[in-house]
Design a protein around this ligand. Structure first.
Ligand code: NAD
Length: 251
């Protein structure tokens, strides 16, 4: 096996129908992985791209904000014939409002999807992988708001900052048990998640002039880091939050 070869491995990718999740699912398939796409919406386009790479695609339909969903997703993936090698916790939502007006519903929705479901998916995945004696890789999709405060996104910042801490905690507990836990912190990426920001001419210009690379990221810009953290090349990398941000955090 070479450093970046994922042949013979399955990658479970949540939120695989659009944006960063779709790009990562297809990128891991190009590196040789079979894919389990987990999502609440149809993932037909991702499936077509993955199978065009010659890899298997298994769809698991799940609303990740539902209680008890971690165990169910992992059980369904196993029943469908997947092995537990790579888990990419990508699914996420964002709610924008001033902190003074922010509602409890917007707090709970974001924390449930972006943090609680990630923990319980990691737990169910690692429990089964460790019991099976399989080396495994977990990649959490964090954010610049794992490092910074942001504005008008209190539940998102809380969830993504919490996710950075959780990534390190899980790495501490599982590094010696054959499970690597790391995160990618994307910069500003052109996806559904950022439509509102890009539509605001003033915010868009402010963001753009702060990015050293001089452009927003495209979902494909996340693939290299994902392949690295999924592959044998990162076997001694634990608990890191890797920014892929066009240099934003260096400013
Ligand atoms: P996106 O809206 O295109 O993708 C989000 C995905 O999550 C979709 O597939 C959606 O169906 C899925 N999802 C959301 N809630 C779900 C639920 N309850 N159950 C199942 N699936 C659910 O946006 P994106 O930008 O590709 O976001 C992917 C990840 O990247 C998110 O975690 C987001 O916070 C993170 N991120 C995005 C940016 C950016 O600039 N776009 C920056 C940093 C981090």
């Amino acid at each position: 096996m070479t450093l970046f070869d994922l042949s013979g491995r399955f990658a479970i990718v949540t939120g695989a129908n659009t944006g960063i999740g779709r790009a990562i699912a297809v990128g891991l398939a190009r590196a040789g992985a079979d894919i389990v796409g987990v999502g609440r919406s149809p993932m037909g386009e991702t499936e077509a791209d993955v199978t065009a790479c010659g890899q298997k695609f298994i769809a698991v339909t799940a609303d990740l904000s539902a209680p008890g969903i971690g165990d169910k997703v992992i059980a369904e993936a196993l029943d469908a014939g997947a092995s537990l090698d790579i888990l990419v916790n990508n699914a996420g939502i964002i709610r924008r409002a001033d902190a003074l007006e922010f509602t409890e519903a917007d707090w709970d929705a974001v924390l449930d999807t972006n943090l609680k479901s990630v923990f319980f998916l990691c737990q169910a995945f690692a429990k089964a992988a460790i019991a099976a004696g399989r080396p495994a890789k977990i990649i959490n999709i964090a954010s610049l708001l794992s490092f910074q405060g942001g504005i008008r996104v209190p539940s998102y910042t809380a969830a993504k900052s919490g996710l950075a801490g959780l990534t390190k905690l899980l790495a501490n507990e599982w590094a010696a048990r054959g499970v690597n836990v790391n995160a990618i912190a994307p910069g500003y990426v052109e996806t559904n998640n950022t439509v509102a920001l890009r539509a605001d001419a003033e915010r868009n210009a402010d963001i753009l002039k702060r990015i050293p690379a001089g452009r927003w990221a495209r979902p494909d810009d996340m693939v290299g880091a994902a392949v690295f953290l999924a592959a044998p090349a990162s076997d001694y990398v634990h608990g890191t939050i890797l920014p892929v941000d066009g240099g934003w955090l260096a400013r």
